[in-house]
Design a protein around this ligand. Structure first.
Ligand code: PEP
Ligand code: MN
Length: 358
């Protein structure tokens, strides 16, 4: 073959490449359109029946020289890339994403502005056990300038024989203490049917790690006009956590905060493994305030201070930790709650570190 002939063929090939490029991108644009229609209809993007019929259609029209199986393999790659394109589009559209909403969301908790750049502490007992217990802790918090009070009234316990919480009575105790000491109360709700009741007593509805995938609870909390604190599931990936958050916000409730609380790994030195890098990832990917629960992530009193420092240093909006007047007799999590002198030392040390300005 003369060199001239080769040059002509090569330039034809270049042209065909450009044509392919054009049609392949034209195809991608169509797929994106289809993705948009599917997302408004809530239809699954991956459609194996449709893929099979497209592959059959290609086989019927194949005149060679490529083998049909080779072509089907190539087209399958195109289908896969197209599906990824649709998924990328979809994540761009997440309401919780920074792409959708570049500014930080600041959640107003009765005047405490969570996410405004001031780093805060959320503290209180694991479970509400009595009025005196909650009042004692709340008073100690108040003396150190902390208004965000946590305490479980409905406790999701591993064993049904463990203390399940005081229920409504626990909510009433929290409300009474909040009114007396001007605190903001955060407590977990586990059952969508308790949400209405909780509105009367709570300032923040907590959705716990075990319920991060309870979509009916997420949707019901999303329909409320009340701030929500969503904790990361025990084995949830960050993408799953973000999508759980989307459930709440997609129902209209923008007052959402996220809480990293440790995940299950093979490590047994700590109760869970604190995924500290989740904080900057969640801050980058979403516009929501991000908290770190140092109590449930470590399960160890000796690790509360260093992990709290790490959380503040890495940019968490708040740190959550448990405080009990007498942890040894606590009805839940007795190994990891601080008593009041330990709590005061914790605050002293955090302030001395320069990381906590409160
Ligand atoms: C809690 O904060 O009381 C609690 C039970 O935490 P988690 O859901 O993260 O286990
Ligand atoms: Mn606890």
């Amino acid at each position: 073959m003369s060199n001239d002939k080769l040059d002509v063929l090569r330039s034809e090939l270049d042209e065909v490449n450009l044509k392919l490029l054009e049609v392949i991108n034209e195809r991608a644009r169509l797929v994106q359109e289809i993705g948009k229609v599917k997302s408004t209809q809530g239809v699954n993007r991956f459609d194996p029946v449709r893929e099979r019929s497209m592959l059959d259609h290609i086989a019927e029209h194949n005149k060679g020289p490529f083998e049909t199986s080779t072509l089907q393999h190539l087209f399958k790659q195109i289908f896969k890339a197209s599906l990824e394109l649709q998924e990328e589009d979809n994540s761009k559209a997440l309401l919780v994403s920074r792409k959708k909403h570049p500014d930080n969301t600041v959640v107003d908790l009765k005047g405490v502005m969570m996410g405004d750049g001031t780093q805060r502490l959320v503290m209180g007992p694991c479970a509400v056990e009595s009025y005196e217990q909650v009042f004692t802790v709340a008073k100690a918090l108040k003396e150190r300038g902390i208004r965000l009070l946590r305490g479980g009234a409905f406790k999701p316990r591993t064993s049904p024989y463990d203390f399940q919480g005081l229920g409504v009575e626990g909510l009433q105790i929290l409300k009474k203490v909040a009114d007396e000491l001007d605190m903001v109360v955060i407590s977990e709700i586990v059952n969508p049917s308790d949400l209405d009741l909780a509105l009367e007593y709570l300032d923040v509805i907590q959705i716990g790690a075990r319920n991060m995938h309870n979509f009916e609870l997420l949707k019901a909390a999303g329909a409320l006009d009340k701030p929500v604190l969503l904790k990361r599931g025990l084995s949830a990936t960050i993408a799953e956590f973000i999508h759980a958050a989307e459930y709440v916000v997609s129902k209209g409730n923008n007052n959402l905060m996220l809480c990293e609380r440790g995940i299950r790994t093979y490590e047994t030195a700590t109760r869970n493994t604190l995924d500290i890098s989740a904080v900057p990832i969640l801050k980058q990917e979403t516009h929501l305030p991000v908290l770190v629960d140092v109590t449930h992530s470590t399960g160890r009193r000796d690790l509360l201070l260093p992990t709290a420092k790490a959380a503040l240093a890495i940019g968490a909006d708040a740190v959550m930790a448990e405080v009990h007047p007498d942890p040894a007799v606590a009805l839940s999590d007795s190994a990891q709650q601080m008593d009041i002198p330990q709590f005061n030392k914790f605050i002293d040390d955090l302030q001395a570190s320069g990381l906590y300005k409160g």
